[in-house]
Ligand binder design. Structure first.
Ligand code: FES
Length: 303
């Protein structure tokens, strides 16, 4: 083996011996001297460990076949230094407790160990702290329970919302279907026809539903029909001249309608008020003319 290994081994043994000596003496000293001994033990064990590490490095440089016996020796040394360090740690912890609690602390080796001489007020304070911790723990448990309940309520609300969304979706589908039926019904109803002849002679034919009155039809298609009274048979601004071919198919005018027709400009034998004439199957294909202020429409206007 190299001189270096022997040197490190010698250093290790000296340092370990120093640590063991101080460990055996430290119980007999107090105060600063005790602290000084503890520092010396710590330094000696650190120095021994450092020497041991160097010895390990030296062994690594040896051929594999020669390492076994040296490794065995290093393990033995490691066990010895670990034992010394464990003793040092125990002594050091004991010193810390002495510094913290003074004479109220006794080492485990010296008896029961732990705190002695703690005053009643300190005990009460400890009990109060424990009680406070228990209350805090209880509050945490309550908070956890409330959180779980809230989570459960939130889950129920989500389920309700999901159910309502499905119901709304179903209602929307029903409405869309109903809308389709209404469209079909309108198409079915709008199978009557009416033709308007305007003042300038233009003709417009529209598909309308049974029950529609002529005033509403004209206004829905922006034709020039005023309808000043809104269809209450109180004016004559919805005056139309009906194709004689259809005139007799229209129910007889009421007295009110006749009174208003008497006031209409350009009255003819087939004049009617548009708001009083409703479309029926008998009137399908009816033609009506819008009277001109300057022209008195006659039957020939429909030819
Ligand atoms: S709108 Fe007045 S009577 Fe027809």
């Amino acid at each position: 083996m190299s001189d270096s290994f022997n040197t490190y081994e010698s250093d290790f043994q000296l340092a370990l011996q120093e640590a063991k000596t101080k460990i055996s003496q430290v119980e007999s000293v107090q105060g600063e001297q005790r602290q000084s001994y503890l520092k010396a033990i710590e330094a000696a064990t650190d120095e021994a460990l450092e020497a041991l590490d160097q010895m390990g490095i030296e062994v690594q440089n040896l051929p594999t076949t020669q390492r076994s016996s040296y490794n065995t020796k290093i393990r033995q040394y490691k066990s010895q230094i670990d034992e010394a360090k464990a003793k040092y740690k125990k002594l050091s912890d004991s010193q810390d407790r002495h510094e913290l609690f003074g004479s109220r602390y006794r080492d485990e080796d010296g008896g029961a160990g732990g705190l002695n001489g703690v005053s009643d007020s300190q005990r009460k304070q400890l009990l109060n702290n424990q009680s406070s911790l228990e209350r805090s723990s209880q509050r945490l448990q309550d908070s956890q329970r409330i959180a779980l309940e809230t989570e459960s309520i939130g889950g129920n609300i989500l389920n309700d919302l999901r159910s309502q969304r499905e119901q709304i979706g179903g209602a929307r589908n029903t409405l869309m279907q109903a809308d389709t039926y209404v469209d079909r019904s309108i198409q079915t109803l709008k199978k009557l026809h009416i033709t308007f002849i305007t003042k300038d002679g233009q003709q417009y034919t529209y598909e309308v539903a049974e029950g529609d009155n002529i005033l509403d039809i004209a206004q829905a298609h922006n034709l020039d029909m005023e309808g000043a009274c809104g269809g209450s048979c109180a004016c004559s601004t919805c005056h139309v001249i009906v194709d004689p071919e259809f005139y007799d198919e229209i129910p007889e005018p009421s007295d009110d309608e006749n009174d208003m027709l008497d006031l209409a400009f350009g009255l003819t034998e087939t004049s009617r008020l548009g708001c009083q004439v409703k479309m029926s199957k008998e009137l399908d294909g009816i033609r009506v003319a819008l009277p001109a202020m300057t022209r008195n429409l006659q039957n020939k206007d429909f030819n």
